[in-house]
Design a protein around this ligand. Structure first.
Ligand code: SPV
Ligand code: MN
Length: 628
């Protein structure tokens, strides 16, 4: 390091932090840190090593500076994001693209020079009077071919604290990699803080530079926009994976245990707030991760790891009956950050659907709150936000899988795609093969929007592999990548589709929240070829007798033929209309769509037309079975 830089860093960081930083012996890190200290101009700098002491320092800072407040229970804190900063901001998340590069209309880009200038302007002096935290983490297990080391600069102790819970520490990993210059970088500033929240949300920006593997985020606090290692890193990882031979997915990883002790691992991709986390935590099964997975081909088989070590989960509807494991982690002492919940007069968190009743008043993301409070536009302010969250380590869950940190990953037997679909697909079905699953289930995924992103809720939207929000390569390329990945497998996992949100014509849900446990146990038996299934134009569906047995075994419920008939009726017209919508999306906005997608969807449509001519628009599973 040049003498000038050395002296500058020493002066800004202080002796101790300077030592921690330079012990890494990493030129790129030194340059990175120096550059952003110069630009952001913090009052102080803190370097986080992997020590418990450093983690505690950051947690204490969050409490000291008011980003988090202590709750009554030991280890619990609450954090509030601004009223208009409660979800991922898709509109202001953009890729910095060189002139002439375009990812197609589904992926937002901005001219690189222009975007860089804008964001550097926002970051300039953004940390005056604040402390800068420099943190090192590792995506994926330590010492693993899956993993990627990362450096995060932030002025938010809440962001740094969250990352300490959500990710494996990576300071020592950086040391081991000796002067490595290939890592992900994140620079975040919450910008001007007023009453504890980012003031200039109108200038909220998340800009992603894929070539330099760096993401900038500013004027926002919500973790989905700020915690670099989460969705910002996923965007970088998808790009990197596309150049190498692996996949970066919006997927849980979990183990399903049959009564004889056999364990089969599944990954599952669902859009936000569609049951991904609660599936991964099913009691009696084991969790590896709930949100992001890396998948690699080893000897013709897929292996997966959880990129994270904690959960940033939606707290709405977490209650002792439906999610007993996380309920326990959230209602006993131990480190938890609650965000955007209501804080009661007893200084305890309260959230929608916690089955303890909504208090009359409290403190929430709008300040002091009383029942009936409305915002400036006259809209009701809910006690706790619909996208309120908890941040905990996975090891707080009693059913953490023993292979959760295995650097080899786990062998994947099944891949699941799910969306919020009120009137088309049956609760569970199995694809005919990898290609059919990828194209008709993953690449054709639609889901009704939720509070996890800004904008209107309940609007049906195309969401390829539940990963559209994070895609950093053109869609056609992504599909081809999946197909190629599959073609190199000698033993591909089976692809399934689930739908937890099917309704009848009275708008009532046809399935219960816990029924997902039965669907996944059915998939487990299908993978091991223990049971037959009924072939339909859209995939294989369960036989009644198998579900009846599983409902009894798993949930101790009597499952009737009427329920089965209603749930597994093939809705022909709805399925045809969906195919037509998906074909339109690809035709109109995905210029590089592979032909095979149109071919497979057309074949499926013709099959549907054929059965429609014979049996009409709604075909019961009995009739489907009889025509097998
Ligand atoms: C999601 O919205 O998919 C999440 C939370 O997992 S966020 O960090 O906002 O992406
Ligand atoms: Mn997610």
């Amino acid at each position: 390091m040049e003498m000038k830089t050395m002296n500058f860093l020493k002066e800004k960081c202080g002796e101790e932090n300077y030592k921690k930083l330079t012990a890494l012996n990493n030129q790129k890190i030194n340059g990175f840190v120096t550059g952003y200290i110069q630009l952001c101009n913090p009052e102080k700098v803190f370097v986080r090593t992997d020590s418990a002491e450093d983690a505690l320092y950051i947690r204490n800072k969050a409490i000291e500076n008011g980003e988090e407040k202590k709750l009554a229970m030991d280890g619990h804190t609450v954090h509030f994001d601004g009223y208009y900063d409660q979800a991922r901001d898709k509109g202001n998340t953009k890729y910095l693209l060189a002139k002439g590069i375009d990812f197609g209309p589904s992926i937002k880009g901005i001219n690189k020079e222009e975007g860089l200038m804008e964001i550097q302007e926002y970051l300039k002096d953004s940390m005056v009077g604040k402390e800068m935290y420099i943190c090192f983490f590792c995506l994926g297990p330590l010492d693993s071919e899956f993993s990627i080391v990362c450096a995060q600069i932030t002025d938010s102790s809440y962001v740094a604290h969250s990352e300490g819970i959500l990710y494996r520490s990576g300071y020592e990993e950086f040391k081991k990699k000796e002067n490595c210059n290939d890592f992900f970088r994140f620079v975040h500033s919450a910008g001007v803080i007023e009453s504890g929240v980012s003031k200039n949300v109108a200038q909220r920006r998340v800009y992603v530079d894929l070539q330099d593997k760096i993401v900038f985020s500013t004027n926002t606090q919500y973790a989905g926009n700020t915690v670099g290692l989460k969705k910002l890193a996923l965007r970088l990882a998808i790009y990197q994976a596309s150049k190498e031979d692996w996949l970066a997915e919006h997927m849980f990883v979990m183990g399903i245990h049959n009564p004889k002790g056999r364990v089969t691992y599944f990954t599952g991709a669902f859009p936000s707030a569609c049951g991904k986390t609660s599936t991964s935590m099913l009691p009696g099964e084991t969790i590896i991760g709930d949100d992001i997975a890396y998948l690699r081909n080893r000897e013709g088989k897929i292996y997966a790891v959880n990129v994270e070590s904690g959960i940033f989960g939606i707290i709405r509807d977490v209650n002792p009956e439906s999610d007993p494991l996380i309920w326990e982690a959230l209602t006993f002492s131990g480190e938890v950050i609650f965000s955007n919940v209501l804080v009661t007069e007893k200084n305890a968190p309260s959230w929608l659907g916690d089955e303890r009743g909504i208090p009359e008043e409290g403190i929430n993301y709008s300040g002091e709150w009383v029942k009936g409070k409305k915002d400036a536009k006259g809209n009701d302010i809910t006690s706790s936000h619909k996208n309120a969250r908890y941040t905990v380590r996975i090891n707080r869950l009693k059913n953490r899988d023993i292979k959760a940190d295995d650097p080899q990953g786990v062998l994947v037997g099944g891949v699941i795609y799910g969306g919020r679909d009120s009137n088309i697909s049956v609760p569970v079905q199995e694809s005919f093969d990898w290609k059919h699953g990828v194209l008709t289930m993953g690449a054709s995924l639609e889901s009704e929007t939720t509070a996890a992103t800004l904008g209107q809720e309940g609007v049906r939207k195309f969401n390829i592999m539940a990963n559209l929000d994070f895609l950093s390569i053109p869609l056609g390329k992504y599909i081809n990548k999946y197909l190629n990945f599959g073609s190199k497998l000698t033993s591909a996992p089976i692809i399934f589709a689930v739908n937890y949100f099917l309704k009848n014509s009275n708008d009532d849900y046809l399935t219960e929240k816990e029924d997902k446990h039965v669907w996944i146990r059915w998939m487990e038996q299908r993978i091991h070829k223990e049971i037959d299934a009924i072939k339909t134009p859209t995939g294989f569906i369960p036989e009644y007798e198998d579900l009846k047995r599983l409902f009894k075994e798993v949930l101790n419920k009597d499952y009737t033929k009427e329920e089965y008939g209603e749930q597994f009726t093939l809705r022909v017209a709805e399925n045809i209309a969906k195919i037509e919508r998906i074909v339109e999306v690809y035709k109109n906005s995905v210029p590089d769509t592979p032909d095979v997608l149109f071919k497979v969807l057309e074949e499926q449509k013709q099959q549907l037309e054929r059965v429609k001519a014979e049996h009409g628009d709604y075909i019961s599973p009995e009739i489907l079975k009889a025509s097998n």
